[in-house]
Design a protein around this ligand. Structure first.
Ligand code: FAD
Length: 382
């Protein structure tokens, strides 16, 4: 594979890196502490094309190739995984579901402002009793003359305070399994929708993650995405893009951990020598360098396969699982190198470490990806 970048790709990557250093780095510790999504920084990302990702320009997007998109996410995540996440909403489940399955009216009303970075979106899939086993959801969809009623509860939904719309999943009948699932565009201010963000979360603190209740919410028929019973397919159609986004975020965060460690090491001496002279410290750096390089290669390979038009389910699982696993291990190395100072909020490593854990959980837990990769290898899945 040829990973040499074009001048245009380099220019976009450089622009994202400079934006992150100038606009995000000075503020991230404060808004993370305040558990506040920085809408004022997000508002600056749209005009630069940072939120448009792979969405075509005619729908408000930037029309990037997947490799450029992944590079942008990596640069933003090097300072803040939450804003890197914001740059991936249009190119992930929210945007791509509407792009592929939504009507022209839904695309204009919801996809365009999302891709332009004017309004965040949310995905309401997980329920209190089930996350990985999506098809066993209990939120009910009831047909009416005008459309549908949505009744049920979701949990661990991100961006519920600031989102302008969400894709909500429910089932016509739990006994139908995957074939009963429907997907809708729902606005959070509609009657019957209640959102309660959690406070004092361990990680993802700026992400406004919490509970959503649908208390007999009336949804117009025009807000159904795809056909009745096609909701599982809607969610699955963009999984590689979602996983590419998480893999790229993990690579950016791991680079952040490595650079924080490299910055810290020269300032610390023990027993009369810089800690950087100690082989046990050097070994940790070696791990992080190699993990970062290999995670990046898997991620860019996935992006390149997407650019060639492949589905790449197995590669998506490999990139997401591997990048987030080595991020977790790398974050722990960076913490250990910082000694007691890792415990201080003044150093970024603690934040990376807290967030890293949940990169192993979102977009399919890494246990689920382990299972999928083996099943592809065994030929049980194609
Ligand atoms: C910070 C954060 C933000 C999130 N944002 C969103 C969001 O915006 N929208 C949304 O809908 N959801 C969101 N989620 C939820 C996330 O997608 C789920 O947590 C995830 O799908 C796992 O579901 P669960 O937590 O119910 O775990 P479970 O599915 O209950 O799994 C529990 C454990 O069992 C393991 N396990 C499950 N099944 C198997 C199996 N077959 N084989 C082996 N091991 C298995 C899992 O890997 C895990 O370790 C978010 C979660 C977090 C932490």
């Amino acid at each position: 594979m040829d990973f040499s970048l074009s001048d245009e790709q380099r220019a976009i990557q450089d622009m994202a890196a400079k934006f992150a250093e100038r606009e995000i780095a000075p503020h991230v510790a404060a808004y993370d502490r305040e558990e506040r999504f920085p809408l004022e920084i997000y508002a600056k990302m749209g005009p630069l094309g940072l939120t448009g990702g792979v969405i075509p320009e005619k729908f408000g997007g930037t029309g990037m190739d997947h490799v450029t998109y992944a590079l942008v996410i990596m640069e933003l995540a090097r300072h803040c995984p939450a804003l890197a996440g914001a740059a991936s909403w249009a190119s992930g489940v929210a945007g791509v579901s509407v792009l592929r399955f939504g009507s022209e009216e839904l695309k204009q009303k919801y996809l365009v402002p999302l891709a332009q970075g004017k309004v965040p979106a949310a995905i309401a899939l997980t329920e209190p009793h089930t996350g990985s086993d999506v098809a066993s959801m209990r939120t009910r969809v009831i047909r009416t003359d005008e459309g549908y009623i949505l009744r049920g509860n979701k949990i661990w939904v991100s961006m519920i305070k600031s989102c302008g719309w969400m894709i909500a999943f429910g089932t016509l009948d739990p006994a139908l399994g995957r074939k009963g699932v429907c997907a809708f565009v729902v606005e959070p201010q509609w009657p019957g929708v209640t959102t309660v963000p959690f406070k004092n979360k361990v990680g993802f603190r700026p992400m406004e993650t919490g509970e959503v209740a649908f208390d007999d919410v009336h949804v117009p028929a025009s807000h159904l995405i795809g056909q009745e019973g096609e909701g599982f397919r809607v969610a699955m159609c963009s999984v590689e893009n979602g996983r590419l986004g998480v893999a790229a975020r993990s690579c950016g965060m791991l680079r952040g951990c490595l650079e924080e460690a490299l910055d810290y090491i020269p300032s610390r001496q023990t027993f009369g020598e810089p800690i950087g002279n100690r082989q046990l410290i050097q070994s940790k750096i070696t791990d992080m360098v190699v993990w970062h390089e290999t995670a990046r290669l898997l991620t860019l390979k996935l992006a390149s396969l997407k650019d060639q038009g492949h589905r790449a389910r197995q590669e998506a699982s490999m990139a997401k699982m591997y990048a987030s696993d080595v991020l977790m291990r790398g974050a722990e190395h960076a913490m250990q190198i910082h000694g007691a100072y890792a415990c201080s909020d003044d150093f970024a490593v603690g934040r990376f470490w807290r967030d890293a854990k949940f990169m192993q959980v979102i977009e399919g837990t890494n246990e689920i990806h382990r299972w999928l990769i083996a099943e592809f290898a065994l030929g049980y899945r194609r």
